[in-house]
Design a protein around this ligand. Structure first.
Ligand SMILES: [Fe+2]
Length: 361
């Protein structure tokens, strides 16, 4: 067994400001990586700028990270960062900017390499120092070594083989306050998917179970808020952030499995948000799992049955079904990924994948 999570995580109100001295130790000029709007709207970008200014650290903003960031965007940001002679990278936002920040920090550290380096197996994975500031509650990217990029040439998404942990994760639940409800819903489902896939996983062990059990205990506290049955308080936002980080720590150990694998072509082709896409396949995945595992996963999350989960999912993400054609395509793509297939703790062939994909139809 092993447990490795070298990122120093702080979770508190005004987290970025309180830890500005530690950010100040990492470099002299920061590349800030964000999406177009939310980092400015929720106050996180201003907080980071204030902390950097206080520490006399210069900064340049790259705010062009799209949903499901592409290799092209990473390379554009690398060139922008190199032009500004940055020596550290700060990602702010949801999974897209946080994942992109890791890949950009890798490419900045290897300035003579081209885009092929991103997917080069066995290559040096050292990066510029990285700080991650999450503003959604699902990716866990702030504590995982994963960077998922869109590969337009293959019409899908895929993790780069480099394992990249941030130096710091600065987690402040206040940044969720201005998040659209749909973002909270999708990302909370993503966190649940991470917890369940880390649990029902061929590489799960006592240490991942530790993160999963605690993550689900924290995650289920927010169910009533997510269902709109009560308004969110500060504590709820902190719970959602903490569940997401615990889920991230779990998948940092053993990775995601079949539902995430099925979701990537769906997200690419149908532009379905990541959380909604991975949540779509959870019921089928649990149904295919060992009965004891299924019951433990449901119970820890506070669900009495698969039906109850499915109703919860549909209340948050809608009940639209994917077409047979999209599902068949997702099965075809995943069936060609043996590394992902063997993450399931039961034998998987195309028939099993099809059953999982079509379970809710
Ligand atoms: Fe995910």
């Amino acid at each position: 067994m092993k447990f490795y999570m070298p990122t120093k995580l702080y979770q508190e109100a005004d987290c970025v400001w309180h830890h500005r001295g530690e950010i100040g130790q990492l470099g002299k000029r920061a590349l800030i990586v964000t999406g177009r709007h939310s980092a400015k709207a929720n106050g996180s970008y201003d907080d980071v700028c204030r902390a950097l200014d206080d520490q006399n650290i210069g900064h340049a903003l790259f705010d062009e990270v799209e949903e499901n960031p592409s290799i092209e965007t990473v390379m554009k940001a690398r060139d922008f960062g190199a032009e500004h002679q940055v020596d550290m990278v700060i990602g702010i936002g949801g999974g897209s900017p946080l994942d992109a920040a890791k890949a950009i920090a890798l490419m900045l550290k290897h300035p003579d390499e081209d885009r092929d380096y991103l997917y080069k197996k066995g290559a040096d994975s050292s990066t510029l120092p990285i700080v991650e500031v999450p503003t959604t509650c699902g990716t866990g990217s702030e504590v995982t070594p994963v960077s998922v990029l869109t590969i337009h040439a293959q019409k899908t998404k895929g993790s780069i083989p480099h394992k990249i942990f941030a130096n710091y994760a600065l987690v402040d639940g206040r940044y969720l306050k201005t998040a659209p409800v749909s973002v909270l819903h999708n990302t909370a489902i993503d966190a649940l998917a991470h917890l369940w896939e880390a649990f029902i996983n061929a590489d799960a062990d006592d240490y991942t179970h530790m993160c999963v059990a605690e993550g689900l205990r924290v995650w289920k506290r927010s169910k009533a808020v997510l269902l709109g049955e009560k308004p969110a308080a500060d504590e709820d936002y902190n719970n959602m952030m903490n569940a997401s980080a615990l889920a991230g720590m779990a998948i940092a150990q053993d990775g995601t499995t079949l539902p995430h694998g099925l979701s990537y072509p769906v997200t690419y082709n149908q532009h379905m948000p990541h959380g909604r896409a991975v949540g779509y396949f959870q019921a089928g995945y649990l149904a295919a799992a060992d009965k004891a595992d299924r019951e433990a996963a449901l119970t820890m999350a506070g669900f009495q049955s698969l039906d109850e989960y499915q109703h919860f999912y549909e209340a948050l993400c809608g009940s639209d079904k994917l077409s047979d054609q999209d599902l068949d395509y997702a099965v075809d793509v995943l069936s060609q990924k043996p590394d992902k297939l063997k993450k399931a703790p039961f034998s998987v062939d195309k028939g099993v994948l099809k059953k999982i994909a079509f379970f809710t139809k």
